[in-house]
Design a protein around this ligand. Structure first.
Ligand code: PLP
Length: 423
């Protein structure tokens, strides 16, 4: 198999003679067939083929195949957002009455999705610290538990998830481990190599990398033995009445989970990615390997500089010697870090206002360096107490290092710290 840099450029789309070199945008809702029987067989899942873009589209599929190739899975789908990807990853195997175990340091949007919306749908969730000892994880697992969930690099705390340890705990209990690999991207970490079973992405971040299109992906390793636990995963191992009694594990083998995500969840819930957005994603993917390494190198340089500054109370960047990062992220730790300053909320605000190159944005992980102060922005309705309960230090500033020259980024941070100190 070609190396990952080559696959970033080539995987997923292989034009034949006289076909477009760049991935074409198939901007069509529907696809034509010649006989009634041809169309009928598609709806019975007897033949594979395109019929309606809510389920599948050639442009979208090529990019899904590319992400699947990079992660080393058996199949992938693109979704309209990262939120939809995590929703699908859970709903594909969990339903009312079921239970999920998740790390509590996950992205705020996913924390709400699991802790509020899935709970409203009757799926209970237990949140554990990502460094919870094995016996605590074991004690949280119930007969109704269907999956375990964590993030390779958590957003915004940038903690590294011990994928191998959590995968062992999951598998010991007959459960799949779902890992959101958004910040690491498959260039820096491939969770399947450490035992994860399903990977999700917000492709909105580094995979797009340009800040252009919101999207997500779900990738299936094909490794989880669903049919060993037929009572726990009936949606995959028992006949599906909406497809004439077809059983996914029998019909699709290792790809059962990801086929069901398309034929069941995409069919019923939509949340498909548009061909246009998939095209933008593909443009981003072709340079992901170059960009993510540069993000990582620049972030390490900036993090080391910040660490040496007297105004900085604390800084978290996995590349500053975290042993889990040494294990899981040897090629770099992405561009995201978080830090706290010593001067209190007023100092923070003066610092943020004085930044010139670095912009204040809710976004993260693209080519522009940006900064966010959750306590003043995304989480401003929460008290300091509530912030801490949500795992966010009130003084936390999230800094996402872009692709500018790192010396220019440092110069901007230096002048803003200076202004904040003297205002
Ligand atoms: C942004 C993000 C999401 C949500 O993705 P959207 O594309 O914004 O819906 C999920 N997980 C992580 C780790 C993220 O950073």
């Amino acid at each position: 198999m070609a190396k990952i840099d080559t696959r970033c450029v080539h995987a997923g789309y292989h034009p034949g003679k006289g076909e477009p070199r760049q991935l074409p945008i198939i901007q069509s809702t529907t696809f034509r067939y010649e006989t009634s029987d041809q169309m009928g067989r598609l709806f019975d899942l007897e033949d594979s083929g395109y019929f309606y873009t809510r389920l599948q589209n050639p442009t979208v599929d090529a990019v899904a195949a590319q992400i699947n190739d990079l992660e080393g899975g058996v199949g992938a789908i693109l979704t309209s957002s990262g939120q939809a990807a995590n929703l699908f990853a859970c709903l594909n195997i969990a339903t009312a009455g079921d239970h999920i175990v998740a790390a509590n340091n996950i992205y705020g949007g996913t924390f709400n999705l699991l802790g509020v919306t899935l709970r409203q749908m009757g799926i209970d969730v237990t949140f554990l610290k990502a460094d919870a000892p094995d016996d605590e994880i074991q004690a949280a697992i119930r007969p109704s538990t269907k999956l375990i969930f964590g993030e390779t690099i958590s957003n915004p705390g940038v903690e590294v998830f011990d994928i191998e340890r959590w995968a062992k705990m999951a598998h010991r209990n007959g459960l799949p481990l779902v890992v959101d690999n958004t910040f690491a991207t498959p260039v820096l970490c491939r969770p399947f190599e450490w035992g994860a079973d399903i990977v999700t992405h917000s492709t909105t971040k580094y995979i797009d990398g340009q800040g252009v299109s919101v999207g997500g992906a779900v990738v299936d390793s094909g490794n989880f033995p669903w049919d060993r636990y037929p009572e726990r995963f009936p949606g995959l191992t028992k006949p599906d009445a909406s497809y004439h009694g077809l059983t996914y594990t029998q019909k699709f083998g290792k790809a059962a989970y990801i086929v069901k995500a398309t034929t069941h969840l995409m069919r019923d819930l939509g949340s498909t990615q548009s061909p246009q957005n998939a095209f933008y994603l593909h443009l981003g993917l072709q340079t992901l390997h170059l960009r993510i390494r540069r993000h990582s190198e620049s972030a390490l340089k900036v993090a080391k500089w910040l660490q040496s500054r007297p105004e900085v109370a604390w800084i978290h960047y996995p590349g500053l010697g975290n042993p889990l990062a040494v294990k899981y992220l040897p090629d770099g730790c992405s561009g995201v870090m978080c830090l706290g300053l010593k001067g209190g909320r007023a100092f923070d605000n003066r610092f943020l206002d004085a930044l010139k190159l670095v912009t204040i944005e809710t976004h993260v992980a693209d080519c522009h360096t940006c900064v966010l102060h959750p306590a003043s922005h995304t989480h401003r309705q929460l008290s300091d107490e509530q912030l801490r309960a949500a795992g966010i230090a009130p003084d936390l500033i999230r800094l996402s290092i872009g692709l500018e020259d790192p010396d220019d980024i440092i110069e901007d941070l230096a002048q803003a710290l200076n202004v904040a100190a003297h205002d």
